[in-house]
Design a protein around this ligand. Sequence first.
Ligand code: ATP
Ligand code: MG
Length: 391
Amino acid sequence: MEKVIIIRYGEIMLKGLNKSYFENKLVKHIRHALSDLGKLKVYKEHSRIYVNVEEYNENQIIERIKRVFGVVSISPAKRFPVDMENIKKVVLGELQDKLQKKVIKTFKIESKRGDKKFPMKSPEISREIGGFVLENIDSISVDVHRPDIAINVEIRNNAFVFSEKINGFGGLPLGTNGKGLLLLSGGIDSPVAGWLVAKRGVALEAIHFHSYPFTSERAKEKVIDLARMLATYCGEFKLHSINLLPIQKEINEKCPEEEMTILSRRFMMKIAERIALKSKCDALITGESIGQVASQTVNSLQVTNEAVNLPVFRPLIAMDKVDIIQIAKQINTYETSILPFEDCCTVFLPKHPVTKPKLEKILYSETLLNVEALINEAIENMDEEIIELEI
Ligand code: ATP
Ligand code: MG
């Protein structure tokens, strides 16, 4: 008998020619997520993936697999050759084991017969195993509607017995949809935006803008911490850091005060687009959401968007802050995001930023700046680092 983890993935995606491409990527990512835990057998079989485990490393392996995008659910299970007597014994053992850990008064057996050659039908299998359990454990009875525990029995090429189903995040395996460049600030929104797009199979790189020395080293550390958390889902990725201060100073000197934010946003987008094209990213990703701040009114978004040609993915566009915060907590970025360090945008924050910028006016202000030279200089002074997976 083997202890395995059953990994289920979405089936809608699995029709047609994409199937094995998708599956192979998923197997590769699961292997990668487990690579430092020793030599583990990870294999696919009949539209599922299995990992062989031992008692001592089971929980750790589950935690890792849960974070791999494309995984819909996970069940730790026993796997052994199909034989009714054996199945009964394993189910009994599983229940006795659970009884030691918690109070269980009622149970139910749920059977699935994947192998139609097996002579008994599912209800018959459940009845026979249930009967065997009742004969052997006095303190327990059957409740098919709301049991304290449901033991699943599946008959396929092997028999599988399990009683837990742990949800994964779903989505698609990373890299099945190219790569995107995330504009990562130290705030709550952008890590969530990156996570959501990565969940759809888009690999990430990130770019951060700071105003050193007006923004501190600690503010930068915070962004690196956020990037590391994203890396626990996306694997290691590159973080580009740009000092926006010379650009902000120039805007401050030459343009109307209330346009500071929107002009900086357009510079950020333009610089990000250049880096994206160099790094073979197919899209930009931001954490913008309609109406959240002055630079995110529909007019402001229009003017910001006009600065670039690459598609800009804004997965939070129609979400309320409370819902974004909920995801931030779920993916573990929230506590870091709320640490109080200054952001580059707060350095030259105008008192009354424009909320309905006119594109012609903004384009005119840009003629007062040497946009090309400023962008080139910022990119020349850029820092890059690889955010490694630290678990
Ligand atoms: P966040 O919580 O993500 O910081 P925000 O509500 O503070 O967002 P803005 O400051 O208007 O909103 O930024 C909107 C988006 O622009 C961010 O979600 C992020 O994608 C990008 N952005 C803002 N500041 C920076 C920065 N310093 N570096 C990189 N990207 C940034
Ligand atoms: Mg911000």
